[in-house]
Each structure stands twice: as C-alpha cells, then as structure tokens.
Design a protein around this ligand. Structure first.
Ligand code: ADP
Ligand code: MG
Length: 347
C-alpha cells in the first residue's frame, strides 16, 4: 500500500510523538504550527510556521499533504472545516467542535446514558447563586482550558470574586470525592473496528498529570464499564483515529466520564514502550487507512511526566535498559509545563 503524507496541525509534544511513530511506518509528516519554536519541528519531515487563520499558510500546508489530522483540540471549527473541503480532516471537524466545548461534550455523554459529574451552564454570577447545590464545585471555561487552566474552585459563594471574566461561557461542575482517575484509549478504524488499550491509572498534581501506570488498580466491573463506555463514545461519534476518555472514580466506586480528548493523550505515552503498537502509531494507521494490527501489551509500565525544572535532572543522565527518556526539546524551561517524560517498563 502506498503511504500518504500526513499533515498535522499543532507542534507540541503530541505532534512530535506522532511524527516519530509515522517515521517508523514510513509515513511522511508536515506539521503546521503558529509557534515558531514549536518542539515538533525537531521531529517532523517538514515544518510550516504561520497563523492558522492565514489563507496563504493554509494553502501551502494543504498542497503538501494528502490528509490532515490535529494534535490539540482548540482549533477553530471554521478553520478545520475549510481545510476539510480540500483535504480530508480526521477526526472529522464536527467531532472536534462537539468535544472542544465542555457543555456540548457533557450533553452528548448524558444523551448516551454515560454518567458525568452534575453540571450546569453558567452565563453570569446569578446562574451560580441559583445553583448553589453544585458547590463545592469547579467553575470551568467551556472552551480553551487544559491542565487545569481556566478553572476556579468554589468552596462556597464567598469564593466568587470579580476576577471571573463573564465574557466567557462556563460550566459549574459538582466536585467529586475522588478516589482515582483512569483513562481509556481507543483507536477506531471504522464501524465496530477498534484497538482498545486497557485502563490506565493517572495521578495528578495541581491538576496536571504527574504519572500514569498500567495495570490500573481497579475492580473488574470498573475495568469493563470504562472500556464499554469508551467504545460507545468512539462508535457514537463515528470517530476515526485515537481518542482518550478520562474517568473519575469516586469513594463509592461510581464511575464518571470526566472528559474526552479527540486525540492522542498524555496518559498513553507509556504505550510506546508497553505495547507492540503505540497510541500514536494506531492513530496514524487509522487516519491513513493503513493496516489494523492486533494491539497487545508486552510489559506493564509507568510513565512519569517531567514538568518544568524536573527535566534538568534527566538530561544527559544514564538510563537503565528498562527506562526510556523522552526530551520534548522545548526551547525554554517553563514552570508547570510538560518538558519530557520517562517511561519505566516492568521486565
Ligand atoms: P483539563 O481540561 O484542564 O484537563 P479537567 O476537567 O480534566 O480539565 O480537570 C483537570 C483535573 O482537575 C482532573 O483530572 C481532576 O484531577 C480535577 N478535577 C476536575 N474536575 C473535577 C471534579 N468535578 N471533581 C473533582 N476533581 C476534579
Ligand atoms: Mg483533563
């Protein structure tokens, strides 16, 4: 089968790891990013820098590729839609539009009888006051949030302050008494055609993923239900590619979907070393219409995110043969930013 050239919008570490996986199966990548220092330019075959809203930049990009995917979800729908008129965009722009807004995302889940936290749409302070039953809760911007950004914790109504920018839309979400967080990554190739990874257990610090591990320490019932829900989500969306479903488990062992990422996911980085086919390679196989290979776990594993200055302790270090260090080659060390990761496999 001849190999297409894949365009990727976004130049962060997910773009880098997608490019790496593509190289392995002889798919060429072209990355488009609005960050001149995008780390993925160190990994891709060709890098284009420019604004996503610039028609000339988009044309240059489209002319070089056979199809397009994306590595972050905060791309305006209109831009993806325009690209899709000329070169196929996968996952479909409509899916990204639905998921990039926390309100439409949660409405979609509930419509499919998938449990989420209790939530309500918030337009102003009054909306919060009349929904006091959801406090303690989290006020989250409907769009553009990541790694806990755009979130305010409300312990009571006195926490409301004038710093909240109500030109944006929010949801107010009831705080859950968290026992654990897990994620399930699935790659859908077509109708009822999947590769599903086992649930991954995730540990957060300051709302940023700190480390992930397989196997997750969860009951068989939760293991089964989380995979079932992830599969329903992928099928209902008619999704093509890799997606990740993030779950909460509360102290009473109730399972909730927290959010869906229409892309490869940080918690799946360990699949590069733990499985025969990584989440990245499966994504590329699915969107490019390449062969679906039965995905199997080879090792249990743990992945540690190297955040901010953490990375300095690992650069140039000697690693054991079961340790895999990934340096995202970011131009500058930034506080609370993911700079690299370390995966340790259990041999
Ligand atoms: P982001 O888009 O920034 O990843 P999330 O909604 O996933 O936003 O929130 C980040 C983290 O904050 C979650 O992984 C979880 O640890 C915590 N969190 C978010 N919402 C809730 C909630 N309703 N109850 C308890 N913890 C929450
Ligand atoms: Mg999240």
């Amino acid at each position: 089968m001849s190999r297409p050239t894949l365009g990727i919008i976004g130049g962060g570490q997910l773009g880098s790891l997608l490019s790496d996986a593509a190289k392995k199966i002889h798919v060429k990548t072209v990355i488009l990013s609005d960050d001149i220092n995008a780390p993925a330019k160190n990994f891709t075959d060709k890098f284009i820098y420019g604004s996503y809203g610039d028609q000339n930049v988009i044309s240059e990009f489209i002319n070089l590729v056979d199809l397009v995917t994306y590595e972050f979800e905060n791309i305006p729908y209109d831009i993806l839609k325009k690209i899709d008129e000329q070169k196929t965009v996968l996952p479909k722009p409509e899916i990204n539009k639905l998921i990039q807004n926390r309100l439409t995302e949660k409405d979609f889940l509930n419509k499919n009888d998938i449990r989420t936290t209790r939530y309500v749409s918030i337009k102003d302070i009054e909306d919060i006051k009349i929904n006091e039953k959801l406090i303690p809760g989290l006020l989250k911007t409907c769009t553009l949030g990541y790694d806990g950004k755009g979130q305010y914790k409300l312990n009571n109504l006195n926490d409301l302050n004038n710093n909240i920018d109500f030109t944006k839309e929010y949801i107010l979400e009831k705080l859950i008494n968290l026992k654990k967080e897990i994620s399930v990554i699935v790659t859908r190739f077509g109708h009822q055609k999947y590769e599903l990874y086992e649930p991954i257990e995730n540990f957060h610090e300051d709302q940023i993923l700190k480390y992930s591990k397989i196997p997750a320490d969860i009951s068989d019932a939760i293991n089964k239900k989380s995979k079932e829900w992830a599969t329903i989500i992928a099928e209902e969306l008619e999704y093509i590619g890799t997606l990740c479903v993030e779950f909460f488990i509360d102290k009473n062992d109730n399972l909730y979907v927290n959010e869906v990422a229409p892309r490869v996911h940080n918690s799946g980085h360990l699949t590069i070393n733990s499985h025969n086919i990584s989440q990245f390679e499966n994504h590329i196989r699915a969107v490019c219409g390449l062969e679906k290979i039965e995905t199997k776990k080879i090792y249990n594993a743990k992945m540690i995110n190297l955040i901010g200055e953490d990375i300095s302790n690992y650069k140039g270090k000697n690693f054991k043969d079961n340790e895999f260090f990934f340096d995202y080659l970011k131009a500058e060390i930034k506080n609370k930013r993911k700079m690299g990761h370390l995966t340790i496999i259990e041999k």
